[in-house]
Design a protein around this ligand. Structure first.
Ligand code: IMP
Ligand code: MG
Length: 185
């Protein structure tokens, strides 16, 4: 796995420090006394686990899986939310929701999730991402909290995957081009 890494973009210490700092920013914003935290699975699991340990507020955690339709290009923008959404939707009325995702790229994921939740009678809806790519679509999408702005490159580690691999890397890294190309063949 280590030999597949081209370079470390953000190392584990910088991630840890900024995630703690971001939690402070979230806690000092108008955060309700009790929140419903919705981690978008699977990419946000490591970020969320670190973030919530610095968030001294009563919360329930309702993970939501979101995936692109099998066999269709992610460019189509069509996403499928897990079956847990229906059950969760019933309990969202009056809730103060904080959606947490790993990375803001095209904005499709957060757009669809916020739209779906917005129609559930929530009291408030906020969004938080670990990473935001420096591309027009991502920058144009309004998000409440961002830990890092990064170049428009494909990154893995700290929860993020390439074809389901590399999530366990403690640093956020860029893979060697041949790794990505060989796997795509
Ligand atoms: P969006 O819907 O295009 O904003 O993309 C969000 C989702 O695409 C993320 O939750 C990731 O699962 C995936 N994604 C986008 N860019 C990357 C990347 O650089 N590395 C790993 N996953 C990514
Ligand atoms: Mg992914």
């Amino acid at each position: 796995m280590q030999q597949d890494i081209q370079r470390v973009l953000i190392d584990r210490q910088v991630l840890a420090d900024r995630v703690a700092e971001l939690a402070g920013e979230i806690a000092s914003s108008e955060l309700a006394e009790r929140i419903t935290l919705v981690p978008i699975m699977t990419g946000s699991f490591m970020f969320v686990a670190d973030l919530i340990r610095h968030l001294p507020v009563r919360m329930r955690i309702c993970p939501l899986s979101v995936s692109s339709y099998r066999g269709k290009s992610t460019q189509s923008g069509e996403l499928k939310m897990g079956p847990e959404f229906e059950q969760m939707a019933c309990s969202l009325a009056g809730a103060h929701v904080l959606i947490v995702d790993d990375i803001l790229d095209s904005g499709q994921t957060l757009r669809q999730v916020t739209q779906a939740m917005g129609s559930c009678g929530v009291a408030s809806l906020k969004t938080c991402v670990l990473l935001r790519k420096q591309r027009e679509a991502a920058l144009a999408f309004p998000v409440d909290h961002v830990a890092f702005d990064i170049p428009d490159e494909f990154v893995v580690g700290y929860g993020l995957d390439y074809n389901d691999d590399y999530r366990n890397l403690p640093d956020l890294v860029v893979l060697k081009p041949h790794v990505v190309m060989e796997a795509a063949q």
